[in-house]
Design a protein around this ligand. Structure first.
Ligand SMILES: [Zn+2]
Length: 587
């Protein structure tokens, strides 16, 4: 006999949510009806974060006007225990009706936002879950607002009612954002018989059909890496102008607004971004570190492997659009070099490894480290893709180009997601890589886990590429200041860490009012490089934290590396084959 006590209990409770938007007030009225086998008291929690955005959002602070009754309208006792927790006394008739409001004012892919023409909602910021009952199935009825045209979400609809949706558990609910309003649906397409849609708000001016033809190529190229499509339908949700994207199980929320989409640079940026969010449906949503599921919506889930989940997704966005024929080899090399420069030319790579950056992202993010400490961080979005490329090169070299990073991704997908139905540990990830390579990969994993200086030469040489990592003295006198005009004043927008300006005490957001006794101008600031020399002292009148002050800058000479990547003169057959496989889409 088989007994499933947990699921039996969950199936014995019914959870039904309703949501009704009030665009003028920027408020969502949320209702929750609970019935079935309820405990005597129920503890409800609002998540503190939403998956895919590794920062605490503390959604509970947007909740107000909480009330609890039974189905007959009798008021129930409840207590708010902390910002995110409510404890409700369940009556004898075992029906509970909760109502509350959610303020929707944050126009962001990980927030809730409402205006008169559309609304975008992250369900982790809307719907309470019962403590320790994440596996509870749930239905949601979204009341359409008069005059609005669409409700879009990755959730399945219930029956024929196009405004009621179901989720088998709260992980799926929280991973299915809702976009509604006066939306436009672009011409969809099928890949392997599976429907893919793109629906959005205020998407801008561009030719719809060619764009969707390219999107189809991206989905074909991305899904071909693993060889099967793990969802029943997929929707890109264009949330309007803004920045950023968040991946979900069978959808992606993307800030999306285009002015023409005519230049190759514009297209490359957009297609890279969309390929990234799309490939996450494999890498991170299914091919995932063991820590990233089941989720802890209260404390967050920390992992040292975002350099793989995010970083390799960046590497794959480049591969996907290259294989889709949307970029050329030179552009792809340029993208990777851009990532490499982003960390090699900044001091953070001397302080923080890719694994540390992954673990510490919760405190390093926009609300985390500031000022000097920020210089001690790197982005796994930069070092991750370069490590991905190096791993791909190494595996191809060791196997005479018979195996690649694609084989590692497939192995992780079929072994851990499909067969074992769990994520992998860092050791299991390394083991999968070493099995495909057929050799130990100590050096690569040391580069991931430490700040050891990377010797790129052997890796790039596997594809017949040379990389120029020589330090070269840069022409002109060096201060390390970048500045712009803000509110009619010259404001420092960046100071290179431990540059002459840095050592003088100048910092970002300081104002420069004078240079050597003359009123400061951007021209005068720029002229320093040409008109002064190493060792000269420049005195600047500055305003720092509202206080007037002075910075005495002893100019220096900057040493920098170009990391230019060029093909070698006479590659051998294996080098040529590896180059073609990676940078020429195998052609
Ligand atoms: Zn990502």
């Amino acid at each position: 006999m088989l007994v499933f006590p947990a699921s039996a209990q969950q199936a014995n409770q019914q959870w039904h949510y309703t949501m009704d938007v009030d665009p003028a007030a920027k408020i969502v009225h949320v209702g929750l009806e609970l019935s079935g086998k309820l405990p005597d008291t129920i503890i409800l929690k609002m998540p503190t974060w939403t998956t895919g955005y590794y920062q605490f959002m503390n959604f509970g602070k947007s909740l107000s006007a909480f009330s609890a009754t039974d189905r007959a309208g009798k008021v129930l006792d409840f207590k708010q225990q902390d910002q995110n927790t409510w404890k409700v006394a369940v009556p004898k008739n075992k029906t509970v009706v909760l109502k509350y409001n959610i303020e929707a004012i944050r126009n962001f892919v990980g927030g809730n936002y409402l205006d008169t023409a559309h609304g975008y909602f992250s369900p982790a910021g809307l719907f309470l879950y019962a403590d320790k009952n994440i596996l509870q199935p749930v239905t949601v009825t979204v009341k359409q607002y008069p005059g609005w045209t669409h409700i879009a979400t990755g959730m399945d609809v219930v029956g024929k009612d196009s405004s009621t949706f179901k989720a088998p558990d709260f992980d799926v609910l929280y991973d299915s954002p809702i976009l509604m309003g006066k939306l436009e649906k672009l011409p969809g397409f099928k890949v392997n018989g599976i429907q893919h849609d793109f629906i959005g708000y205020k998407m801008g001016e561009f030719d719809r059909q060619p764009f969707m033809d390219d999107m189809k190529k991206i989905v074909e190229s991305g899904s071909a890496i693993i060889g099967e499509i793990p969802y029943k339908h997929y929707t890109f949700l264009g949330v309007g102008p803004g920045g950023g994207g968040i991946e979900h199980l069978n959808s992606a929320s993307v800030a999306f607004f285009n002015k023409g989409l005519k230049t190759q640079a514009e297209k490359m940026r957009l297609y890279s971004f969309l390929a990234h969010e799309y490939f996450h449906t494999y890498n991170v949503k299914r091919i995932r570190p063991i820590e990233l599921g089941p989720f802890d919506y209260e404390k967050g889930n920390k992992t040292e492997m975002l350099w793989v989940s995010e970083g390799f997704t960046v590497y794959y966005e480049y591969l996907i659009i290259r294989r889709a024929g949307l970029t050329n080899a030179q552009e792809m090399i340029g993208q990777l070099r851009g990532n490499l420069l982003n960390y090699e030319n900044k001091p953070g790579h001397l302080f923080q490894s890719a694994t540390q950056a992954s673990l510490e992202t919760w405190s390093d993010g926009p609300n985390g480290r500031v000022a000097d400490e920020f210089n001690k961080t790197i982005s796994y979005y930069d070092k991750g893709p370069v490590l991905g490329l190096m791993l791909d090169l190494k595996i191809r070299h060791e196997t005479q180009n018979r195996k690649s990073l694609d084989d590692v991704m497939r192995k992780l997908y079929y072994t851990y997601f499909k067969k074992l139905k769990r994520g992998f540990t860092p050791q299991e990830f390394r083991q999968a890589c070493e099995e495909e390579a057929g050799v130990p990969l100590s050096e690569l994993f040391e580069y991931a886990a430490t700040v050891k200086e990377v010797n790129y030469h052997p890796y790039f040489a596997y594809a017949g590429l040379d990389i120029d990592d020589n330090w070269k003295k840069q022409p002109g006198a060096w201060s390390g200041i970048t500045a712009g005009i803000k509110n009619d004043a010259i404001q420092v927008t960046d100071v290179q860490y431990q540059s002459p300006a840095w050592n003088s005490g100048l910092r970002i957001n300081n104002k420069i009012v004078s240079i050597d006794g003359q009123p400061a101008t951007l021209e005068a600031l720029k002229a320093i490089a040409a008109n002064k020399k190493d060792g000269d002292i420049v005195t600047m009148g500055i305003v720092k934290n509202g206080q007037p002050g002075e910075a005495k800058i002893t100019l220096g000479t900057q040493n920098a590396r170009s990391f230019e990547i060029k093909p070698i003169a006479n590659p051998d057959a294996l080098q040529s084959a590896i180059y073609k496989s990676i940078f020429e889409a195998g052609k």
